[in-house]
Design a protein around this ligand. Structure first.
Ligand code: M6R
Length: 613
C-alpha cells in the first residue's frame, strides 16, 4: 500500500526522500512524488510510475530545501496518474500534504469545500486535506504554529476513516506536522533532524531511534525538537525507542532478490524467534507473557484470526492447541470474522497473527473481540506496530524486516512461535503427559539445522521449476497439516508466478476437483505424516492415472510409484512438519517466477502491507 517518508533537518531533503521512497518500493505502488520547502514556496514534483522517474522531472536537481515530504501511492480513489499522485496542495499552493489511508466521508467534505469556493484538481480523497487546513487557518485569528496545529487538528476531527499525514507549508517554513489514525507512522530521531516514515526499513540507514505514535497524537516538528500533543492538543511526552534491526538486514546482502535472501534467512529467524523461550529440560517461558492457569482453565474457545499467509500459519498450528491444551480452536479469516458477529466472550482467547501488525482487517478484528470482552493476543514481527498496541498481550517473531511481498521467513517464524505458545499454554495447564511435549520441544530446537539441510539442496527444485514454469494450472494436495502447507504453497505460487493454482485437502479431490485433472496438469503433494501417507499416495495415483505430472514433498521413505519428482525433507515431529515442507514450495515458486522473468519481490497488484479494507 501507499508509503510515506518525510525529512526535517539540516541536509538537502530531496535525495533523502527519494532514497526512502526507493526503500518503500517493495510495498507496491503506482506513482510517486515529493514536496520540499524552498525559498518562499513549496515545491511539488510527482508522476505516475517508478520512484526513479522522479529524477527525470525538470527542476528536481534544483531543490535545495531541507524540509520535505514524499509518497508512493497505491491507487484507491482515482486512477494512477500524475494529478492523483501525492503530495496534494490546497488551492493557494500554501499547504502540501501526503496521506496514507482512506477518508470515508471525503464526498461530504468535498461538497462543503466546494460551497466555500474551493476547487479540486484530482479525483482523490486526499485533496480535501490541504484545502480543509487552508480553510481552518483562515478562520483562526492567530497565525502562529499553534494555529497551524489547530487547523490540522480540526481537519482530522472532520475526517472519518484512516489516515497518516504529513503537512508542510510555506507559511511555516521551519516546521512540519504529522499525525496518524489507524495507519502506521513513526518518527526517527537524528542529530538536529527527524525522519518520518510509514515503515521503519525506509529510514533504518539513518537512525534506529524512533518515536512510535498512537492514534490522534499530533507532532509539531522543527529541526531541533519534536513536540507531541494529544487529541485535544494538550502537550504529552513520548519515549524514544531503539529498534534492534540494523540497516543491512533491510538490504539484499548479495542475493538476487529479497525473497531468496529471506528464504535463506529462515534458520536464523527461527533460532532468534525461539531465543531464550525454550531451553532443554525447562518449561517454556515467554519474557513478556504470563497467562495464569485459572485464566487458561476458564477458556472455552480459542480463535486464531489473520489474513493470507499469516492465516495459514494459524491453520498449520491449530491442531497443537487442540491436542495439548484441549481447547476447541478455530481459525478464521480476519475480513470474515469482523463482519459475522462471532460468538465470543470473556471465555474466548483471540490470537491474531500479523507480520506487519498493520493489516486493517486484522486490527478491526482485534477491536471487535475486545468490545465483546475477549482477551486478545497479537503475534507480530514489528515492534510497536498498531496491532501490538491494540491487543491485550503481544508476542514477537524475530524474523527481521521482511521486504519481499511474498511472505516466507515471517511464516515459518509464526509457525514456530505459535507452536511455542501452544506448548507453553499446555505446560501451564499441565494437562498432558509431558513426553510428547518434550519430544516436540527437542524437535523445535533442531528445525533451523534441518532447514539448512534443505537449503543445501535447491538444485532439484530449480530443475523441476524449469520443467513446469510454462503451465497454467497447478494443484496442491495434503492431509492434516500438509493441507495447511498446500494452501500456503498454492498462495505463494499464485502471488509471484501468476500461475493459477488450487489447494485441496487430498480427500476432497474426488468430490469435484479431479474433473480438472488431465494431461500436463501438475499436482504437488505433501506427505509428512506416516499415519496418512497411504491415503495421500492413493490420491496421487488417481491423478497420475489421469495424466498429471507430480511432485511429492515427503519425509517418508516412499517407493516411487510413478511420481515425476520426489523431494525428501528431514524428519521431524508430524505437527512441526509445515516448517520444513513449506521450504521447497517457497523455492519452487521463486524459481518458477525467475524462469518466467517476473519481478519476484514486487508482484503485480499486490502490496506488502494491506492497510485498507
Ligand atoms: O502483515 P500481515 O501478516 O497481516 O499480512 C497478511 C497478508 O496480507 C500476507 O500474509 C499476504 O498474504 C502475503 N503477501 C503472503 O505472501
Amino acid at each position: 500500500m501507499c508509503g510515506i517518508v518525510g525529512y526535517i533537518g539540516t541536509k538537502k531533503a530531496c535525495p533523502i526522500l527519494i532514497n526512502g521512497l526507493l526503500r518503500l518500493e517493495y510495498r507496491g505502488y503506482d506513482s510517486a512524488g515529493i514536496s520540499t520547502i524552498e525559498d518562499g514556496y513549496v515545491s511539488l514534483m510527482k508522476n505516475k510510475g517508478r520512484v526513479m522517474n522522479l529524477y527525470d522531472l525538470e527542476g528536481i536537481d534544483d531543490l535545495n530545501g531541507s524540509i520535505g515530504i514524499a509518497h508512493t501511492r497505491w491507487a484507491t480513489h482515482g486512477k494512477p496518474c500524475k494529478e492523483n499522485s501525492h503530495p496534494h496542495m490546497d488551492n493557494s499552493n500554501t499547504f502540501s500534504v501526503v496521506h496514507n489511508g482512506i477518508i470515508e466521508n471525503y464526498n461530504e467534505l468535498r461538497d462543503f469545500l466546494t460551497k466555500e469556493g474551493y476547487s479540486f484538481r484530482s479525483q482523490t480523497d486526499t485533496e480535501v486535506i490541504p484545502n480543509l487546513i487552508h480553510y481552518y487557518i483562515n478562520q483562526d485569528t492567530q497565525k502562529d504554529t499553534m494555529a497551524f496545529l489547530r487547523a490540522v487538528q480540526k481537519t482530522c476531527n472532520a475526517m472519518q476513516g484512516s489516515f497518516a499525514i504529513e503537512v508542510i507549508s510555506s507559511l511555516y517554513p521551519d516546521n512540519m506536522i504529522v499525525v496518524r489514525k489507524d495507519s502506521p507512522l513513526v518518527i526517527g530521531k537524528g542529530k538536529r533532524e527527524f525522519y518520518i516514515c510509514s515503515d521503519i526499513p525506509a529510514i533504518l540507514s539513518f537512525t534506529r531511534d524512533f518515536y512510535l505514535l498512537n492514534d490522534y497524537e499530533y507532532v509539531l516538528l522543527s529541526r531541533d525538537e519534536a513536540k507531541f500533543y494529544d487529541k485535544e492538543l494538550a502537550p504529552i511526552t513520548k519515549e524514544l525507542k531503539n529498534i534492534e534491526w540494523d540497516a543491512s538486514s533491510a538490504d539484499k546482502d548479495g542475493f538476487e532478490d529479497y525473497m531468496l535472501k529471506e528464504i535463506f534467512e529462515q534458520p536464523k529467524s527461527i533460532r532468534e524467534t525461539i531465543g531464550a523461550k525454550l531451553k532443554s529440560n525447562e518449561a517454556i517461558a515467554f519474557e513478556d507473557l504470563s497467562l495464569s492457569k485459572d485464566y487458561l482453565t476458564s477458556l472455552h474457545k480459542i480463535y486464531i484470526i489473520a489474513c493470507g499467509t499469516a492465516m495459514h500459519a494459524g491453520l498449520g498450528t491449530k491442531a497443537l492447541f487442540e491436542k495439548f491444551c484441549h481447547i476447541p480452536t478455530e481459525v478464521d479469516i480476519a475480513s470474515e470474522f469482523r463482519y459475522r458477529d462471532p460468538l465470543i466472550d470473556d471465555k474466548t482467547l483471540c490470537i491474531y497473527i500479523s507480520q506487519s501488525g498493520e493489516t486493517a482487517d486484522t486490527i478491526a478484528a482485534v477491536k471487535l473481540a475486545k468490545s465483546k470482552g475477549a482477551k486478545t493476543l497479537a503475534v507480530s514481527n514489528v515492534i510497536g506496530s498498531s496491532i501490538t498496541r491494540e491487543a491485550d498481550y503481544c508476542i514477537y517473531t524475530h524474523a527481521g524486516p521482511e521486504i519481499a511481498v511474498a511472505s516466507t521467513k515471517a511464516y515459518t517464524a509464526q509457525l514456530v512461535l505459535l507452536s511455542l505458545l501452544a506448548l507453553y499454554m499446555a505446560e501451564v495447564l499441565q494437562e498432558n503427559s509431558n513426553s510428547e511435549i518434550e519430544n516436540i520441544k527437542q524437535e523445535l530446537l533442531l528445525l533451523p539445522t534441518k532447514i539448512e539441510e534443505i537449503l543445501k539442496n535447491t538444485k532439484p527444485v530449480q530443475d523441476f521449476a524449469k520443467k513446469i514454469y510454462k503451465e497454467s494450472d497447478m494443484f496442491f494436495l495434503g492431509r492434516g497439516v500438509d493441507y495447511a502447507v498446500a494452501l500456503e504453497g498454492s498462495l505463494k505460487l499464485k502471488e509471484i508466478s501468476y500461475i493459477h493454482s488450487e489447494a485441496y485437502a487430498a480427500g476432497e479431490l474426488k468430490h469435484g476437483p479431479i474433473a480438472l485433472i488431465e494431461n500436463g496438469v501438475t499436482v504437488i503433494s505433501m506427505i509428512t505424516n506416516p499415519d496418512l501417507a497411504a491415503k495421500t499416495i492413493s490420491n496421487i495415483q488417481e491423478v497420475i492415472t489421469r495424466g498429471a505430472k507430480t511432485m511429492v514433498v515427503t519425509n517418508q521413505e516412499l517407493e516411487n510409484k510413478g511420481f515425476d519428482f520426489i523431494y525428501t525433507i528431514p524428519k521431524t515431529h508430524p505437527m512441526l512438519s509445515p516448517v520444513l515442507s513449506v521450504v521447497p514450495l517457497q523455492l519452487l515458486s521463486y524459481y518458477i517466477s525467475k524462469e518466467k522473468g517476473l519481478d519476484v519481490d514486487k508482484p503485480r497488484n499486490l502490496a506488502k502491507s494491506v492497510t485498507v479494507e
